[in-house]
Design a binder for this molecule. Structure first.
Ligand code: 6LW
Length: 503
């Protein structure tokens, strides 16, 4: 039986995994989105369902004024002595910290800061009870992977920070994870940067502080010089399955090459790990992976498929939905107008590095139909609500209802860096369906007003909303939003939101 990569499509980069008996848990980075660090569960390494987030309060994850690719960088999840630990970095915030919980679904603790700097923190629980903390930082021996021992009950450092390894010479040695396998300490890292030069390398030692002997066949994973539909493979974590087999999760991208190379975000991939006769792990086929690969020999456990429509009949938002930074409490409600997601705009627009009224989900497919039914009767000029295809505050396409010069209009706006185009046309009273047809090369925008035919409004190139153009570490989200240039806006009532994959 086979499976298809990515196993978690969409903006889910920097995956980390742990196993508890025959249950697998996985976490990914979330930057300036809130809640932070989604946690996924699987029984077979292929089928994953989100079971929550690790950072669900502003106390755990303050994001005010964080730039879009700041906030939460790579997390690591580990299980020891009845506790789940998730360690990560709030870049622009408190730096490295961990939270812990008895259950993977939480509640997770308040942040426990760790003084060692850098990013991509990891934890290793040794058999003798010592706990080691690793991160990539610029220490007294330059830039590399450093380690200290910590008191896991307080986060305090028990030893100085010491250099472990600088890698094989690739740029940006990062993403460290330490494992003890057959009596040896294996240190696996990423090098080459998280774009097309990405790779995974590994070294081992008889001592947790080294010296580490590099694998003679590094990199053990890289697509950096391959003609492949998958690129940027790196930032891996290893897990031994409950049948004894070894697997790796890691990030990768699926570049669309036409008309210019771009991708929708770094996603989570899975590959088998084999061991050489002299005890080195190799990911995939000699460090290369495929879209379709032989599945783990584990009992398959599928989860209920996601519904196309979210009709907002619940009093809680589904796990797919995220806010941009910490949401203003009065910017959204599922209770004020039952059966609707009500957004109330504030002066913060999508162009501000702040917290607009914004509820979005990752774009996980390069071909899909998106639609939302909106009831919005703006009273004052400058009130606006609709859908945005959002990369960051300088790169987004918006399809919205707006009040402009005392008239209700539909606006299609394309913001690409310092350039902006806007098309408006009159809009009747009453509900309107906003529609986005997502294709690999473009987003096509249309509306359908009550009693009218679908009206095509225009399109925007997909590649202009990718990190190849917009930069950063994030990816594309599709969001419902509202803005009010004067004071708190009229309620924008989203009756339902459809996300229908075609690929
Ligand atoms: C991640 C680090 C990286 O923490 O990007 O480029 C950061 N490498 O491994 C965000 O994904």
């Amino acid at each position: 039986m086979t499976y298809t990569n990515p196993v978690i499509p969409g903006l889910y980069p920097d995956p980390s995994i742990c196993r508890v008996d025959d249950d697998y848990y996985l976490v990914t980075s979330t930057f300036a989105y809130f809640p932070g660090v989604p946690i996924f569960h699987s029984k077979d390494l292929v089928n994953w369902r989100q079971i929550g987030h690790c950072l669900t309060t502003e106390r755990q994850l303050p994001l005010a004024n964080t730039w879009i690719s700041g906030g939460i960088y790579a997390p690591t999840i580990r299980y020891s002595d009845g506790w789940f630990y998730m360690v990560t970095t709030n870049v622009g915030g408190i730096g490295n910290f961990y939270v812990r919980s008895k259950q993977p679904t939480g509640p997770w603790s308040d942040p426990v800061p760790v003084a060692q700097g850098g990013i991509d923190p990891s934890l290793f629980f040794d058999e003798d009870g010592r706990v080691y903390f690793q991160s990539n930082c610029k220490g007294n021996e330059g830039y590399g992977i450093y380690q200290c021992e910590i008191d896991i009950s307080t986060g305090s450092m028990l030893t100085e920070t010491r250099l472990l390894w600088k890698g094989t010479g690739g740029a940006h040695p990062e993403a460290p994870h330490l494992y003890k396998i057959n009596g040896l300490y294996y240190l696996m890292i990423a090098e080459g940067g998280t774009e097309y030069g990405h790779m995974v390398t590994i070294a081992r030692s008889g001592d947790p502080y080294g010296p580490f002997e590099p694998c003679p066949v590094n990199p053990i994973l890289s697509h950096r010089s391959l003609n492949s539909s998958i690129h940027a493979t790196g930032h891996a974590d290893l897990v031994q399955a409950h049948d004894g087999s070894w697997w790796a999760v890691f990030l990768g991208i699926r570049p669309v090459s036409y008309p210019y190379r771009h991708h929708l975000g770094r996603e989570t991939f899975l590959a088998p790990v084999s061991w050489t006769s002299d005890g080195w792990p190799i990911i995939g086929d000699g460090g290369r992976i495929e879209s379709v690969m032989e599945a783990p020999q584990l009992t398959e456990v599928r989860w209920p498929p996601k519904a196309i429509r979210d009709d907002f009949d619940d009093t809680m938002l589904g796990f797919d939905w995220v806010f941009l930074r910490n949401p203003a409490p009065d910017s959204w409600s599922l209770r004020e107008f039952p059966g609707h997601l009500a957004l109330r705009g504030n002066k913060t627009s999508l162009d501000d590095a702040s917290a607009p009224a914004f509820v979005g989900r990752r774009l996980s497919h390069m071909s899909c139909n998106i639609a939302a039914l909106l009831n919005f009767e703006p009273v004052n000029d400058g009130e606006e609500a609709g859908l945005t295809v959002f990369m960051n505050e300088r790169y987004h396409y918006d399809l919205a209802v707006k009040r402009k010069e005392e008239r209700k209009v539909i606006v299609l706006r394309r913001t690409v860096g310092s350039m902006r185009t806007e098309r408006t046309l009159d809009c009747a009273e009453g509900n309107v369906v906003l529609k986005i047809d997502v294709r690999p090369e473009s987003f096509a925008f249309a509306i359908q007003q009550e009693g009218s035919d679908v009206l095509e409004l225009g399109s925007g190139e997909t590649h202009l909303l990718s990190t190849e153009v917009a930069g950063g570490f994030t990816g594309i989200l599709i969001a419902m939003y509202a803005v009010c240039e004067t004071r708190q806006g009229s309620p924008a009532l989203f009756d339902w939101f459809d996300y229908e994959p075609r690929d």
